[in-house]
Design a protein around this ligand. Sequence first.
Ligand code: DGL
Length: 274
Amino acid sequence: MGAGPRIGIFDSGIGGLTIAAAVRRTLPSEHLVYFGDNAHVPYGERTSGEILALSTAITEALLDKGCRSIVIACNTASNAALSPLRERFPHTPFVGMEPAVKPAVEHTRTGVVGVLATKATVEGRSMAAIVERFAKGVEVIQQACPGLAQRIDNGDFDTVETEVLLRNWIEPMLERGIDALVLGCTHYPLVRPLIERIAGPGVRVIEPSAAIARRLAQLLADHGLTAPPEAPGRLECFTSGDPERFHAVLGRLGLRADAVKHGLWLPDGSLSLP
Ligand code: DGL
């Protein structure tokens, strides 16, 4: 066991590891417990009721594992579950994700920015609220990317098929003049090189992992939950999918975990983490 309180991080699959990697860099002494629900990816094509039920069971399992704060490292789950989870677990600090529209609006000179996200995020209430709050006369083109998170979760990072999909979504936005492109799903930074190649040097690609890690650091400090600086930080991973395939992605993000263990969904809808 690490010396400090544990931080639970979860996502529908491997996407949240892009957030875990940023948290690891910002807070190297913390003990992170990551759960990837690879058995249920993609969340972006599920109903908000389903996503809330899964997110609630995952939160309960992470709290049982000794986590004292939770990062919902998934835009789709944050949209469906962040407010209800905060209400249900009022003593647990939560950090959620939202598409980084604000920095894109601050960056743009053309007055047109793009957002790539899952269908559920594009159609969700938080997206509408963020655009309403931050767009301020800037055109925000929202593009749902059905199938992309699933493809990335399968390890399809740089195939011709993934490139064709991305071109079909990004090129029409380029024609409309975007100069900033927000990655509104935590899976998408795993194909950032491909996205940058398609978007070209005139478009800034924006994703919020470093900002999320800083927000978490502040929240831990506010709640007196920061691990002592001499604590040896660790990453413990669980997946409801295949631990070996999951393990392969860690190296890609410069992450090392003690082990990747299998988390089991039980027939009553609860999650068991060994
Ligand atoms: N990584 C997720 C997100 O940030 C969800 C991908 C999915 O399961 O559809 O939205």
